[in-house]
Design a protein around this ligand. Structure first.
Ligand code: SAM
Length: 430
């Protein structure tokens, strides 16, 4: 019996798919990339914007004919499944299984049921946080994703995540540290702690910074990352640790979403522009040379040209190494859904201006690496621009050439000869 899982979305979706893969392997399934030979096909997708959501229904329609000749189980899992619930069967009756992100452990029972009737589980199971990590079939050879919490208690007016992933629940510190230790023992050099709002992790009086220190203490762990942080809750103690400890990477994803106080307030982000910029300065003072990335929403309801200029101002001031920007997409049931939209053409034009500005900044920042030697964790063959590919501590992709085939998951010193828009190009120093 074979399975195929297609994943769209953030790191949490990737890790959920690795958990499903592990479960399926544990009950005798083998992974395949060929949909024509798969007995189970699961589409795991995020629903933070409407685009990916529509895409998954198109994909389901494309896969439907596979069910004509063979008994294939077709499942929609993850955040769209959670959001649409039994409505999925109305929209696409040929789907056999619908499973939300906090019901992953029940996959075997749902599969058994799906052979005879529609199977669905979209409950927020509290024990989802206790998923046994030994079951995970990790898809990355270089980085072990580790769940530290699930859900989100924030109430950002644009965001569907609290609806699709439920209230925050925190994994005990000992379980997280044990999993990280097992990952390092299995050969992983890099660990990334995951949660929708990791800075709010807590357990028995311990806070996020205590967890960060405990994981960083694991012998043999060379790189430690975490995502996603929230500017309102990011503890400066974590920045101190980043500055003090070599194995906590000098890279921070700190979503700003908007630069205007008025818009931040309507978004309910619980910080203003000055707070965010002070935080950036305080972190930079503690972690010299840190690379920042961010998320930005363009065209949030009510955003004026002046508001948008404030966003551009933040981008100019911070000089992000990378910025993920999105046009606002109204999500069902969120407070922003009913707010008056910025005309699409205006939002598109603003988005392009933001992309242009970021491109200028990024080009300059990446060019500053030319001539420098960086340590790269080898990920494998490169898709373009060199023979092999890996990442720096500050999360930049480096495509490099070398006389010898390097081992995946090893560290190499690479001299940067050229910079591209989203990557660096170099040669291994023999
Ligand atoms: N939990 C994280 C936080 O609070 O920053 C972010 C999680 S979300 C999966 C990733 C990004 O998608 C967000 O930071 C935001 O920029 C974007 N996003 C979320 N909802 C959106 C919406 N309705 N329209 C456009 N972009 C959205």
């Amino acid at each position: 019996m074979k399975y195929m899982i297609k994943t769209w979305g953030c790191q949490m979706n990737v890790l959920d798919s690795d958990k499903m893969g592990g479960i399926l392997q544990g009950i005798g399934y083998e992974a395949t990339d060929d949909e024509r030979e798969a007995d189970v096909i699961l589409l795991n997708t995020c629903s933070v914007r409407e685009g990916p959501e529509n895409k998954v229904f198109t994909e389901l329609g494309r896969l439907k004919p596979l069910k004509k000749d063979r008994r294939v189980i077709l499942g929609l899992v993850g955040c769209v499944a959670q959001q649409e619930k039994a409505g999925v069967f109305k929209r696409a009756p040929y789907v056999d299984l619908v499973m939300g992100p906090r019901a992953v452990r029940n996959l075997p029972e749902l599969l058994a049921q799906a052979r005879y009737q529609h199977a669905i589980d979209t409950q927020f199971h509290d024990d989802s946080i206790l998923f046994p990590d030994q079951v995970i079939a990790r898809s990355s050879a270089t980085k072990a994703y580790i769940t530290i919490m699930e859900g989100c208690n924030k109430r950002c007016t644009f965001c569907i995540v609290p609806t699709t992933r439920g209230r925050e629940t925190y994994r005990p510190m000992s379980a997280i540290v044990d999993e990280a230790r097992r990952a390092v023992d299995a050969g992983y050099k890099e660990v990334e702690l995951l949660g929708q709002n990791v800075n709010c992790w807590k357990c028995e009086g311990l806070r996020f910074q205590d967890l960060l220190a405990a994981v960083s203490d694991i012998p043999g762990l060379r790189r430690l990352r975490f995502t996603t942080s929230h500017p309102r809750h990011f503890p400066l103690e974590a920045a101190d640790l980043m500055g003090e400890r070599d194995n906590i990477c000098n890279y921070l994803h700190l979503p700003v979403q908007a630069g205007s106080d008025r818009i931040l307030k309507v978004m309910r982000r619980q910080y203003d522009r000055a707070w965010y910029l002070d935080l950036i300065d305080a972190i930079r003072a503690r972690v010299p040379g840190i690379a920042f990335s961010t998320d930005i929403i363009v065209g949030f309801p009510g955003e004026s040209e002046e508001d948008f200029q404030e966003t551009l101002g933040v981008v100019r001031r911070v000089e992000y190494d990378t910025a993920f920007s999105f046009r606002f997409s109204p999500r069902p049931g969120t407070p922003a859904e009913g707010m008056e939209a910025v005309p699409e053409a205006v939002a598109r034009e603003r988005h392009q201006r933001l992309l242009d500005l970021q491109l200028q900044i990024q080009t300059r920042r990446f060019a500053a690496y030319e001539g420098r030697v960086v340590e790269v964790l080898v990920e494998g063959k490169s898709k373009k621009g060199g023979q092999f590919s890996g990442r720096t501590e500050d999360n930049k992709v480096v495509n490099f050439t070398t006389a010898r085939v390097p081992a995946v998951n090893s560290f190499l010193d690479v001299k940067i000869t050229r910079s591209a828009v989203n990557s660096l190009v170099g040669e291994v120093i023999e």
